[in-house]
Write a protein that binds this ligand. Structure first.
Ligand SMILES: NC(=O)c1ccc[n+]([C@@H]2O[C@H](COP(=O)([O-])OP(=O)(O)OC[C@H]3O[C@@H](n4cnc5c(N)ncnc54)[C@H](O)[C@@H]3O)[C@@H](O)[C@H]2O)c1
Length: 268
């Protein structure tokens, strides 16, 4: 009898905030690594264009799922679209996020601004975890190896989730929440063979985090505080996320991987 030569089916990655910035770069990188991609985002124009780009580029497929992370129903529908399109959910990247508006101290920060940032960056991540875990818990590990998992989740936190940043009261506390969610979820599911880690990016040049031209001096001042003296490209975050999604990180869960040009080394 001849051994079967069929290769395993492509793995499937689900990305909230997958239409722009770090999430979009993850979509491109994971597609190039042979994953089918689900781009879940509120921005349909960007999300659909990216899915088209990926579908035109190679052998793996992408779908766009219209998704607002402030709604559990919307997230469940987006996850369901991914599962019906590609059969399972191997990796979820929770990247949807906003920074908030004007820089101001807590004493001046409007309640509505605080609530808006928390509804996406923390509550949205909580709801994303619920929708993703529900599916992953029904799946079998990918192989009998002790390193194999039922599912892998990477939460995109921030350097601001690990230290106080004056005038970033809403974002900073929301990202501390995302670090807490990562640790709790990792401990709750360590024995289920679902690994949940976070990355804490520093300054990453994306549409969401690039100041307008009138703030170029602020960009330069921020970069001066980074030991490596520069902003990073989104590719540098996507590479770290791919590592956390791979078997190369098979004994990591509940970790926060800092991708910040050395800023963590200054604050510990
Ligand atoms: N760029 C940085 O310097 C930096 C640093 C630390 C952390 N982060 C985090 O990285 C993540 C991605 O940020 P980015 O810089 O790539 O920004 P970005 O604005 O380029 O991308 C964010 C994406 O999230 C989507 N989104 C926003 N609200 C949503 C919602 N309610 N439902 C679904 N999708 C929604 C947007 O449409 C967009 O596609 C965010 O969580 C951000 O806080 C970024």
């Amino acid at each position: 009898m001849t051994a079967s030569t069929s290769s395993p089916p492509p793995r499937v990655v689900f990305i909230t905030g997958g239409a722009s910035g770090i999430g979009a770069q993850c979509a491109r990188l994971f597609a190039s690594e042979g994953y089918h991609v689900v781009i879940a985002d509120i921005n349909a124009a960007l999300g659909e264009a990216l899915a088209k780009e990926i579908n035109g580029a190679g052998s793996t497929q992408a779908v766009f799922a219209s998704c607002n992370v402030t709604s559990l129903q919307s997230l469940e529908e987006a996850v369901a679209l991914g599962v019906s399109s590609f059969g399972r959910l191997d990796v979820a990247i929770n990247c949807a996020g906003i920074t908030g508006g004007k820089l101001q101290r807590i004493v001046d920060l409007p309640e509505s601004e605080f609530d808006k940032v928390h509804s996406i960056d923390t509550r949205g991540m909580f709801l994303s975890l619920k929708a993703e875990l529900k599916v992953m818990l029904t799946q079998s590990p990918t192989s009998s190896s002790p390193r194999a998992s039922r599912g892998i989740i990477i939460n995109v936190a921030s350097r601001a989730g690990l230290e106080g940043v004056p005038t970033f009261g809403a974002y900073c506390t929301a990202k501390h929440g995302s670090v807490g969610l990562t640790k709790v979820a990792a401990l709750e599911h360590a024995e289920d063979r679902i690994r949940i880690n976070a990355i804490a990016p520093g300054l990453i040049r994306t549409p969401g985090h690039t100041s307008d031209p009138t703030h170029r001096d602020l960009d330069a001042r921020l970069a001066a505080a980074v030991p490596m003296k520069r902003w990073a490209d989104p590719e540098e975050c996507a590479d770290a996320i791919l590592f956390l999604a791979s078997d190369a990180s098979s004994f990591m869960t509940g970790a926060v991987l800092e991708v910040d040009g050395g800023m963590a080394a200054k604050s510990r």
